[in-house]
Design a binder for this molecule. Structure first.
Ligand code: SF4
Length: 385
């Protein structure tokens, strides 16, 4: 976390693009179907939002930009260029900034990817999810495994040398063998980074209804946990580093942008549903609905609908449950210096219990999750935060 005594490191910029080709059955993100007129109005609104945002009291230097969604790769290179120009006009962007775009297989041509590279986009977060076509169809994904291989080839041909794969474990009916095949097929492609998620069934999604009506089986949480453990072991065996609960990378390829969320650096979100943090104690969130976000900007109103001033105890809790997401852990002496609290004294009993259960370990003053602890992180965080 960053606290008042720290100098402000560069911030990250998050830009939400809320358009997709179709709606996946498990999705509860703020996104809708792509519609070119609305997308154009939205891009214009983003440019205005970026150009008029108040940054006087904020750090104006930026070293990461992240286009998330939704499917940002559905925007044209010229739309992305306008957004990036607005970022560059308003912020001091490090020439070596990490600039990421989320891409769905089949959503983009090789020539568009080449244009993205020319705009300075140097990292792709690639929504492969699974290499099983039946699962892809059940999830309502708009791509096939063939699209995944083809788009991956386009990415490499366009010069992307930093690619992250998203995989989802614990799909309804998914067997361990199928999961292992998924992981192997991903690893064969040698992406620099892997993010993996356990499927969450959100209320009011088509998937939740299918499970309720018995059309699809309920995900098996124990099996999903075994899948998680298997993947960690397999990927670490061949040189990937497990640096965050859900993330692995080849050495030197940690997500610089996402690390800001876990270390308390500032990040500024633009677009509907985007969240921001000032790197000290203030969080704010934009209007979630696309049309309302656009209308607010068009009427010169603020799109911010929520502001939260974190208390000292909120900041302390976040320092633990965000900091410990990183497997490098939390420095207890540093924590004591910042908050005047000794975690070892305050949580003596919990720490002993977790240590004996093999969920945490200490190296000098550093407290961190073990691999087994990463699986049970919610329980650990609930007790320590
Ligand atoms: S591609 Fe991603 S954001 Fe779009 S509908 Fe599917 S899960 Fe949601």
């Amino acid at each position: 976390m960053v606290y008042p005594s720290h100098s402000m490191p560069p911030a990250g910029i998050y830009i939400h693009i809320p358009f997709c080709k179709s709606r996946c059955s498990y999705c509860d993100f703020a996104t809708g179907l792509y519609e070119s007129n609305l997308a154009e109005r939205y891009v214009q609104a983003l440019v205005v939002d970026l150009s008029t945002t108040r940054i006087e009291e904020l750090s104006s230097s930026v070293d990461t930009i992240y286009f998330g969604g939704g499917t940002p790769s559905m925007l044209s290179p010229s739309q992305l260029e306008r957004i990036l120009s607005a970022v560059n006009n308003r912020f001091q962007v490090d020439p070596n900034a990490e600039v990421t775009i989320e891409i769905n297989p089949g959503s983009v041509t090789e020539s568009a990817l080449k244009s993205f590279r020319q705009l300075g986009i140097n990292r792709a977060s690639f929504g492969a999810q699974t290499f099983n076509d039946d699962d892809l169809a059940r999830l309502g994904r708009s791509h096939s495994t063939l699209d995944t291989f083809r788009t991956f080839e386009y990415l490499r041909a366009a010069g992307f040398r930093n690619i992250s794969f998203d995989l989802i474990a614990g799909l309804p009916g998914q067997t361990m063998l199928q999961w292992q095949e998924n992981v192997e097929r991903s690893l064969e492609l040698k992406p620099e980074h892997l993010s993996f998620y356990l499927l969450e069934v959100h209320q009011n999604t088509p998937l939740a209804q299918h499970i309720e009506r018995g059309i699809q089986p309920k995900p098996d949480d124990d099996l999903a946990a075994e899948m998680y453990a298997w993947m960690l072991e397999r990927a670490c065996d061949i040189g990937y580093e497990h640096y965050e609960i859900s993330n692995l990378c080849l050495p030197g390829f940690e997500s610089r942008h996402n690390k800001k969320y876990w270390t308390g650096d500032a990040y500024y979100g633009f677009g509907c549903s985007a969240h921001s943090f000032d790197g000290r104690s203030l969080r704010w969130a934009n209007e979630r609905d696309v049309a309302r976000y656009v209308e607010a900007i068009e009427k010169s109103q603020t799109p911010i609908v929520e502001e939260t001033q974190l208390s000292a105890s909120d900041l302390r809790a976040e320092a633990v449950f965000l900091g410990m997401r990183l497997l490098r852990g939390v420095d207890i002496r540093e924590y004591h210096k910042l908050f005047g609290v000794d975690l070892r004294v305050e949580h003596n009993e919990d720490l002993n219990r977790f240590y004996e259960a093999g969920l945490i370990e200490f190296e000098g003053d550093v407290l961190r999750l073990t691999r087994a602890g990463a699986l049970m992180s919610n329980e650990v965080f609930a007790a320590l935060a």
